[in-house]
Design a protein around this ligand. Sequence first.
Ligand SMILES: *Cc1c(COP(=O)(O)O)cnc(C)c1O
Length: 340
Amino acid sequence: MIDLRSDTVTRPSAGMLAAMTSAPLGDDVYGEDPTINRLEETVAGLLGHEAGLFTVTGSLANMLGVRALVSPGAEILCEASAHIARAELGAHAAVSGVTTRTWSAPAGQIDLEQIRALIAPDLGSYFVSTAAVSVENTHNFGGGAIQHGYDALADELDALGLPLHLDGARLWNASVASGVPVAAYASRATAASVCLSKGLGAPVGSVLVGSTELIREARIWRKRLGGGWRQAGVLAAAGLYALEHNVQRLAEDHSNARLIADVLADAAPGSVKPDQVETNIVVADLAATGKTVAQVVEAARAAGVLVGGVGHTQLRVVTHLDASTVDCRTAAETLARILQ
Ligand SMILES: *Cc1c(COP(=O)(O)O)cnc(C)c1O
């Protein structure tokens, strides 16, 4: 099977497993796991922040980051298909009492006009107060799009005194594709999360970064929510290994995604614009092909290729370090045969 459902499906390599089994460990609830401490310091440094917190998932890192910026009953603004709004099962509302309003834009992009119209930090005692804005870079359901207008939004929020939350689950993809250092993105945010378990290929883990004070609070909430962990340096070691070995190679995933997009654009004209595939995610719209996502996913599975769907008409194909260029070409040709 060639599995292109997600970049979360990778298995740790022999080198990564060796790093995990030789990592020095301690009890992280006591702050005594040297490998976790090193990972948190390393990621905070790379992202231009004072402190970091290792979490089991990106969803938990986002929950802790958002709740640090938004009080119960206040709101965070985000794009309508953002992971925090669609794929965290309402955690920000269910657990933290945070409400959400959304703007909607092609490829999940920042739309400054719409955001300006939504922002309402203080409309008196009748209306919900806007406490933060969240941006997802790259944008997952937006087809791995790099966010444009990020600095302009950050400047505007700075002027208003409103914090920016960055969901950087795939921030290294954005950085490798754009040439913009991850710190240039993340340092504009008050709280930022990054995933080690996506394109970087670690089996588990995300890191939230922010000020020392924000991370101190987040550490308390992580424990309160049951997310404190003990000798998890065995997992943090995989993250450190990934940061050393698997960042620059993301460029291969990006060129493999472009290859897939080219083949799909030939097979189903108009389904995808290859020049808009900037990173490792291809979203193809099947509306004009007369086939449903379920039919294509099923036919691909029968032919040895696993892909996913977003919504009713969009196919989602994600490249990663366990799918070679040959695998990606084979998968693309299989999908092309099904679509034609
Ligand atoms: C994967 C992802 C997350 C976190 O997902 P977990 O499965 O909870 O680790 C957060 N944001 C985005 C944009 C993602 O793609």
